[in-house]
Design a protein around this ligand. Structure first.
Ligand SMILES: NC(=O)c1ccc[n+]([C@@H]2O[C@H](COP(=O)([O-])OP(=O)(O)OC[C@H]3O[C@@H](n4cnc5c(N)ncnc54)[C@H](O)[C@@H]3O)[C@@H](O)[C@H]2O)c1
Length: 453
């Protein structure tokens, strides 16, 4: 039996069991989506350098938050962060943090590199904890599906860290599209001139791991590689296929969020990329991706989404149907509707075309939300999150399918979302998930464990 069929059976028959891992964790003080009101939400933070530091500050700025635990594999980062939160317990290994702190944790923030999102978030979910997880939700398509199902089954409060989802400019853009200002949308062009790719061979030279870094834990469930200074940690891991998701996953999740949300898109029908042949090492430094989505109430019969990334990726105005000379931002998207176009810079207010047609148009008022506080409030029983895993999961699955398609440039991958199956290129199914490294398996995510149910 082929690997993907094995997995498909699990998705159909076994997903209701996801997250029932026996981790030996007490779960009596579970915080459920609509349940209790807490005096203080005791948070733990996994990955506290880089964006994790910013996530920590933003969550901790809520009056009802008490930072109870900090986890980082970089001892220097952990030490300097603990100095700011002296009452929080410190750990290098989040598995130890979960088992030692157990019921002293109310909610979990995951801000590690992408390959560790799913293992950390799934352990939190299995323990019945609400999760704020950085974007993209996961590194693998299968992981996104499993996190969404597991969190839904436990009715947990979740939020993906696309904070601009709560920015008024994007909320307004969603309203404008759904109000029909440019009519039904047939195409979206989106681009980022960032380059989170790497076209070279295996990085060299390897060097001893510095004593402040636990490289084994940094690798976690991902394939083992030798440490090369400054190449992976911190930040640059995004360029490498084993740890990051390239520009498409990294910036695409922000830039495609508004079209995906506004147009109420679901799973794509197919996706094809135009990039260099795969190297097995890095993501492509330049990439073009075309998705076809089934139509919705806000689109024509189908919606074509075209993505361009890498240096000078910004398209010419005329190539996307705008008047010659129209300045386009370095990152953004263009919605093409039956009655006009909407240009949405990353980050800024939408501009409507033809400008003369929309001169008198009154933009809707929308409120501003604090994405982090929205999650804390929801954990405490007040309101709902706007980027829960029920939305973050499908958005990330779609983007990660494009990342898989990068391994098969020029071949259109036909997608059966229900069964999590590429129906025409069998080899692509082996890239929807991966075996976790020995000792780092997580119930509900590890194929061997999933298949045994
Ligand atoms: N929402 C945004 O605007 C935004 C911006 C930047 C980054 N991000 C996301 O934040 C995440 C982190 O990105 P970054 O640029 O800060 O990366 P980074 O490499 O700079 O920081 C990651 C931190 O996590 C720590 N870490 C790594 N593995 C760990 C593990 N197993 N357990 C505990 N700690 C671990 C590292 O030591 C480091 O402190 C990524 O998912 C990225 O996509 C989001």
């Amino acid at each position: 039996m082929s690997y993907h069929l094995h997995r498909r059976n699990f998705l159909r028959a076994g997903s209701a069991l996801v997250g029932t891992a026996s981790l030996g964790l007490a779960t009596s003080r579970r915080v459920r989506a609509s349940s209790l009101t807490l005096e203080k939400l005791r948070t733990v933070h996994i990955g506290v350098g880089g964006m994790g530091g910013s996530d920590l500050n933003s969550v901790a700025s809520h009056d009802h938050v008490e930072v109870a635990g900090l986890c980082d594999v970089d001892a220097n980062t952990l030490k300097s962060t603990q100095a700011r939160f002296p009452s929080a317990r410190g750990f290098a290994d989040f598995r130890e943090m979960f088992s030692e702190m157990g019921d002293a944790i109310d909610a979990v923030v995951v801000s590690t590199p992408d390959h560790t999102h799913a293992p950390a978030a799934m352990m939190a979910i299995a323990a019945g904890k609400p999760v704020y997880c950085q974007k993209p939700l996961t590194h693998e398509v299968f992981e996104s599906r499993q996190l969404r199902l597991a969190a839904a089954e436990k009715n947990l409060v979740t939020q993906m860290g696309t904070q601009i989802h709560s920015h008024p400019a994007y909320k307004r853009a969603v309203r404008m599209i759904q109000d029909g200002v440019i009519g039904k949308v047939s195409q979206v062009h989106a681009w980022s001139n960032k380059n989170w790719g790497y076209d070279g061979t295996e990085p060299q030279p390897v060097a001893p791991v510095p004593d402040y870094l636990n490289w084994d834990l940094w690798l976690g469930s991902a394939p083992e590689k030798d440490f090369v200074p400054k190449v992976y940690h911190p930040g640059n891991w995004r360029k490498f296929v084993d740890y990051g998701t390239g520009t498409l996953g990294d910036m695409g999740v922000h830039i495609f969020d508004t079209p995906f949300t506004a147009l109420a898109l679901t799973a794509p029908l197919n996706v094809v990329t135009n990039c260099r042949q795969p190297t097995g090492v890095g993501h492509p430094e330049k990439n073009q991706v075309k998705y076809v989505f089934p139509g919705t109430e806000f689109t024509t019969d189908q919606l074509v989404w075209s993505w361009y990334d890498g240096q000078n990726a910004t398209p010419e105005a005329t190539s996307v149907g705008l008047p010659a000379g129209t300045p386009l931002p370095g990152q953004g998207s263009l919605f093409v509707g039956e009655g006009g176009q909407m240009l949405l810079p990353h980050i800024g207010e939408a501009v409507l075309f033809p400008e003369t047609k929309f001169k008198e148009y009154q933009r809707p008022e929308v409120g501003s939300d604090n994405h982090y506080h929205q999650w804390v409030d929801a954990c405490c029983g007040k309101g709902k999150t706007s980027m829960g895993f029920e939305l973050a999961g499908p958005l990330t699955e779609a983007l990660l399918l494009g990342v898989v398609a990068n391994r098969f440039p020029g071949e259109s991958l036909e997608w059966n979302s229900r069964d999590l199956l590429v129906t025409n290129v069998d080899a692509a199914n082996n890239l929807l998930q991966r075996d976790y490294r020995d000792g780092f398996e997580v119930d509900g995510l590890t194929p061997a464990l999933a298949g045994s149910r």
